[in-house]
Design a protein around this ligand. Structure first.
Ligand code: AMP
Ligand code: TRP
Length: 336
């Protein structure tokens, strides 16, 4: 429940496919370690997901799966507010207002917009362009202190801060200005097939990503096939050995061991041994998550109840900020 002495965390993921080890290590795993210390809201950002064309039935299913994966990964749905963005209309309303305080110039500098618009050049829609204003609304609605994300979202956090500061400078202290939180080892997990690109749930090459739901044989096979180099030394050198460095990062993010410890442990060992060891720790990390997910999938009444209750809690909190903002910009209240 909301504890006034604790700071607030907000973060979210798009339900646009099966989440990857990158999402897990870059975001979800950190979320679970932060949940006791903060009041947390973890959102399924389905409104962001439709900036790229989605099949409706698949989107519905992926959204529910994502919610169950949040819980299966260890997020407590009674302590944290885990909910669908589309269940809280204040996200869209605040996003509209913030759009009017966001410049075309700053939006056109966003790397994610540039990447997604070149990837989906048949559908460069206005939502894709103004995506950061919606993300700013997500965060600012809840007077968020800290936003734990992977490094690819840092730029969106910076624009969120700029929008908040700009708005506050006109209207007084309306929004808390949030800080970004980047985990150490997992902030950027790379593709297993092209270690210069980030691991992404929308990758068309299944061997490039580890899904949170992959079975042990698949995980071993994908790591065995992962692209490395011919130096034959387990050393962290992102310039010359990006593939091995990525595996070291994964190993470090899962086990908590430092890079130096890992280099020492595998000194003189071949890549084959190391890849198997990485596969092993990942399998053990995912096993309880997959088991919990299976259990949750069988209890649809429980999940429905969580969705319902958390939407109520999120709506209540969001309306507090939205009302304040509406008043500040000059929207009249409905007469009593
Ligand atoms: P998305 O898949 O874009 O919805 O991302 C959800 C969260 O996972 C965000 O916090 C991202 O920064 C994080 N994330 C996505 N891909 C990676 C990756 N390859 N490595 C680390 N974090 C990631
Ligand atoms: N843009 C984020 C991503 O693609 C998802 C997201 C939407 C988010 N709103 C957010 C993350 C608010 C943190 C806070 O990964």
């Amino acid at each position: 429940m909301i504890n006034m002495n604790k700071k607030t965390i907000f973060s979210g993921m798009q339900p646009s496919g099966v989440i990857t080890l990158g999402n897990y290590l870059g975001a979800l795993k950190n979320w679970t370690t932060l949940q006791d210390e903060y009041n947390c809201l973890y959102c399924i950002v389905d409104m962001h997901a439709i900036t790229v064309r989605q099949d409706p039935a698949t989107l519905r299913k992926s959204s529910r799966n994502l919610l169950m994966q949040y819980i299966a990964s260890g997020l407590n749905p009674e302590e944290n507010i885990i909910y669908y963005q589309s269940h809280v209309p204040a996200h869209a309303e605040l996003a509209w207002i913030l759009n009017c305080y966001t410049y075309m110039g700053e939006l056109s500098r966003m790397t994610q917009f540039k990447e997604k618009s070149s990837k989906h050049n048949e559908n460069i829609n206005a939502g894709l362009f103004t995506y950061p204003a919606l993300m700013a609304a997500d965060i600012l609605l809840f007077q968020t202190d800290v936003v734990p994300v992977g490094i690819d979202q840092k730029q969106h956090l910076e624009i969120t801060r700029d929008i908040a500061i700009r708005f506050n400078s006109i209207y007084g202290d309306v929004f808390k200005v949030p800080e970004v939180y980047l985990g150490k080892a997992g902030a950027k997990i790379m593709s297993l097939q092209d270690p210069l690109r980030k691991m992404s749930k929308s990758d068309s090459d299944v061997n490039a990503t580890i899904s949170l739901m992959d079975d042990p044989d698949t995980i071993v096979r994908k790591f065995k096939r992962s692209v490395t180099d011919s130096f034959a030394k387990v050393t962290f050198d992102e310039q010359n050995q990006p593939g091995i460095s990525n595996l070291i990062n994964i190993y470090s993010a899962v086990t908590g061991d430092s890079i130096e410890t890992i280099e020492r442990e595998f000194e003189g060992k071949g890549y084959g041994d190391f890849k198997l060891k990485v596969a092993e720790v990942v399998i053990e990390e995912l096993r309880p998550i997959q088991q919990k997910f299976e259990e949750l999938s069988k209890d649809s009444a429980y999940i429905d109840n969580i969705i319902k209750e958390n939407a109520k809690r999120a709506n209540y909190l969001a309306m507090k900020t939205l009302r304040k903002v509406q008043k500040k910009v000059g929207f009249p209240p409905i007469p009593k």
